[in-house]
Design a protein around this ligand. Structure first.
Ligand code: ASP
Length: 358
């Protein structure tokens, strides 16, 4: 009979085990080095990661790598790639303490949002990072981003559990909840911002985790990887002077299931009778509308102004303070599950992964 193991002993055993991290390279600027002969930027061979970033040897971690072949610019990221990432994480879930995904910055917020929904009851860190300058360049931001992302993915609490079991973006000294992020700069090192939710950690001399903000999995439920997503979503941005013909054609796209309506201010739209009619008619055909604001920060508050009443009457659902990236991917995830419209509305209104403030 094996000796019974106390909780303390188990925690000690976990803490003293060498942390393991799976590093998944999808592509993007971070994985580029300058070819000394041609001067051009090329993707580097990730199997030789330690040669490019010898600093990683100083971690006492087991780091394994997986590379997309060929690596992709993140503008080419697709739903199939998200599915592939989910499968890689699911397949390796029990073998690693955490996952770091190297990704181009352009669509990183979309991938982080999508993964946050597709990885249900996540109990391990999934940290996305990248860089504005290739890792092979002298002034690169890639090394710091990569090294800190790995450290965060391997970090544990005193009881041995992962410090940040969430899908996050780490970039330039901030760890942000992935589904709260937006890329705000094309050319600065602090490329990402989370306007409506504070960072989960701030990085200076020390990594300061804001543990009260970090979500934890429900211990009574298993981790579940989802691969169903449906792309039949459109974003309709309102502007003064918008024409009925435009709205009509958008709402009659074949196969359309849901519309992210980017409204003014706290969720307002023009009080034009044709606009309300178009929305109502589309809603009757089973199309779901979600109202998010064009403002970068703050929340939709439907009913605050008269100008949002026609939206309420047409059955438009509030997206509260979620980002466009999050509204789009949450809808793709939910409609991918072929839920009845009432269930869809209910889930859009619920805070599933910390993506809205409710
Ligand atoms: N175009 C690149 C990409 O998103 C930019 C980057 O990596 O930052 O893949």
């Amino acid at each position: 009979m094996p000796e019974p193991v106390s909780n303390k002993e188990r925690q000690y055993a976990i803490r003293s085990r060498r942390p393991s991290v799976l590093l998944i390279y999808t592509g993007g600027t971070i994985g580029m080095v300058r070819n000394e002969e041609t001067g051009a930027l090329e993707s580097f061979n990730f199997d030789r990661l330690l040669e490019q970033v010898p600093e990683l040897r100083r971690f006492d971690y087991r780091i394994s790598t997986y590379t997309f072949t060929p690596p992709i610019d993140s503008s080419d990221m697709s739903l199939d790639h998200w599915e592939k990432l989910v499968r890689i994480i699911d397949f390796n879930y029990n073998y690693f303490d955490g996952f770091v995904i190297l990704h181009g910055t352009d669509t990183m917020s979309y991938t982080a949002s999508a993964l946050s929904f597709m990885l249900e009851n996540l109990g391990k860190p999934v940290i996305l990072t990248g860089s504005q300058l290739p890792i092979g360049m002298l002034r690169t931001d890639g090394k710091e981003n990569l090294i800190t992302a790995i450290e965060i993915a391997a970090a544990r609490r005193d009881d041995g559990s992962p410090m940040v079991p969430e899908v996050c973006i780490y970039f330039k000294d901030k760890l942000l909840r992935g589904n709260r992020t937006t890329k705000i700069y094309a050319d600065r090192f602090n490329a990402f911002r989370s306007f409506n939710f504070p960072p989960l950690a701030t990085v200076g001399i020390n990594i300061e985790y804001h543990e009260d903000l970090i979500r934890r999995p429900d211990p009574g439920k298993p981790f579940k990887a989802h691969t169903l997503v449906d792309p039949n979503v459109v974003v309709l941005t309102l502007f003064p002077g918008i024409q009925q013909s435009l709205v009509h054609s958008v709402l009659h796209i074949p196969g359309l299931r849901a519309v992210v309506l980017r409204t003014f201010g706290a969720g307002n739209a023009p009080r034009l009778s044709w606009f309300a009619d178009e929305l109502r008619e589309a809603a009757e055909r089973g199309i779901l509308f979600v109202n998010i604001t064009q403002c970068q920060a703050g929340s939709v508050q439907m009913g605050l102004y008269e100008t949002s009443l026609p939206l309420i009457q047409a059955g438009v659902v509030s997206g509260y303070d979620c980002t466009p990236e999050c509204a789009i991917t949450k809808l793709m995830f939910l409609i991918g599950h072929k839920l009845p419209i009432e269930e869809l509305r209910l889930r859009m209104n619920s805070n599933l992964r910390g993506e809205i403030t409710r």
